[in-house]
Design a protein around this ligand. Structure first.
Ligand code: ADP
Length: 410
């Protein structure tokens, strides 16, 4: 079979939705590049468990299918959804044949520092990480199990949000708590690894001067974190054991003194579920502003609390930038990515202005330019290059899955 006849499916499964992208393989020599994959469809199955609906679009955004069905018996929902999705894909692929599925899996635990082909043994290990990411891991595993059940012919690959950080130094991996907890898995895993891996993957082409340098990547979306990279390897990140740490996010608190949790539990009598809801769903930009978790709405709001929430967001990014630059021993590049990083000229401008002392000099005109493309937004004289590089986690998963499918591929 030639490359053009092969297709890869990328799945990002949540509790009630599964986002997907489908790529055909353009060329399959052993050196895998971005040009080897062409996106054919993207979309999602949403309303899983309540009112399932499959929507798929072509790369120009034209809707190819919009179909609803009744939810099945409990426990079968991911299976029914993925059966419908893969059948629709098979019917719409023309000559091509689906050969592999790459999954976004939040947690690869202390073990996995690279993507891994799913076997029964691997699945068993991944189940033991449910306790490390109880809000996310079960959904990825449900999608893997559903494909195993409905399409056992397909090779499946797990791509982890933690993997990119796994080789960071031990000082970036520990908390100052008794060692036995580290052995039990209480470590600073770091997340958004697929986004950072994509940036590291394109850096030699997009910004070759930074490829071997000291770079901080700011992934600012509804989830937000920053990663310090030396020669495209993660040496530290703002997220730790969970995706709660570091920067404030849309609804997550980010860094908080653990004493606050003790106070809530001991003095205010909150239970674990209440604390979880507070930290994951009611905090961050939403909690501080009382207006919204959406940066676009905050930017346009007249409410002083919305302005204060943005001030706090910028302040924390600036602090973390200083800390990560210290971990790197200096800074050659700053890269903005994800929804806010790619689209909010205001956030970029304020972060860069606060970092003038580091030698950052923003090109204000370039910063205001609105194209969704890789671009340098610092002046020629800036001591630190500043870039916008749109992230593409799905593409990274597709590339990793393709590498796993082609023996000896790099
Ligand atoms: P996720 O993938 O984590 O859901 P995204 O990377 O899509 O998140 O980022 C979502 C965030 O990006 C939201 O806070 C949204 O307000 C923000 N965003 C998107 N477009 C803009 C824009 N034009 N200006 C400011 N913020 C934006």
């Amino acid at each position: 079979m030639s490359g053009e006849n092969r297709a890869m499916l990328v799945l990002n499964a949540g509790s009630s939705s599964i986002k997907f992208e489908l790529y055909t393989v353009v060329d399959e020599d052993r050196i895998i590049t971005d040009e080897d994959l062409e996106q054919r469809f993207e979309g999602q199955v949403e309303g899983i468990g309540t009112a399932p609906r499959l929507i798929a679009r072509d790369p120009d955004g034209h809707i190819l299918i919009d179909e609803r069905w009744a939810p099945g018996p409990p426990g079968t929902n991911h299976q029914v959804a993925l059966k419908r999705l893969t059948t629709w894909i098979d019917d719409n692929l023309g000559d091509a044949q689906l050969i592999g599925v790459g999954h976004r899996v939040v947690h690869g635990g202390p073990v996995y520092s690279t993507p891994v082909v799913i076997t029964p043994e691997v699945l068993e290990v991944l189940r033991t990480y449910i306790s490390l990411a109880p809000l996310h891991q079960p959904h990825s595993l449900a999608a893997i199990e559903a494909i195993l059940y409905t399409r056992p012919d397909l090779l499946q690959v797990a791509c982890f949000d933690t993997a990119f950080h796994r080789n960071h130094p031990i000082v970036a991996d520990q908390y100052a708590i008794p060692r036995e907890y580290y052995e039990q898995g209480v470590r600073r895993y770091g997340f958004h690894g697929l986004s950072y891996a994509y940036i590291a993957h394109v850096l030699p082409i997009v910004a070759p001067d930074l490829s071997e340098g000291r770079v901080v990547v700011a992934h600012l979306g509804s989830g937000a974190s920053m990663c310090a990279m030396k020669a495209r390897q993660s040496i530290d990140s703002t997220m730790g054991f969970s995706a709660l740490d570091g920067l404030p996010m849309g609804t997550r608190s980010g860094n908080i003194d653990p004493g606050v949790l003790l106070y809530w539990i001991q003095e205010l009598g909150m239970d674990v579920k209440q604390v979880e809801t507070l930290l994951y769903r009611q905090s961050g930009l939403l909690g501080l502003s009382g207006v919204s978790n959406d940066m676009r709405l905050l930017e346009h709001s007249d409410d002083p609390n919305a302005a204060e929430a943005i001030d706090y967001f910028i302040y924390r990014i600036n602090r973390e930038l200083g800390a990560l630059a210290a971990a790197l021993g200096g800074l050659d590049g700053l890269i903005f990515t994800a929804g806010i990083g790619e689209n909010s000229a205001m956030v970029r401008e304020r972060v860069c202005t606060l970092a003038t002392w580091m030698g950052i000099e923003l090109d204000e005109v370039a910063n205001l330019h609105r194209a969704k493309s890789n671009r340098c937004i610092s002046t020629d004289g800036s001591a630190v290059q500043v870039w916008i590089i749109p992230t593409d986690e799905e593409k990274m998963i597709a590339l990793d899955t393709l590498r796993a499918v082609i023996p000896g591929a790099q």
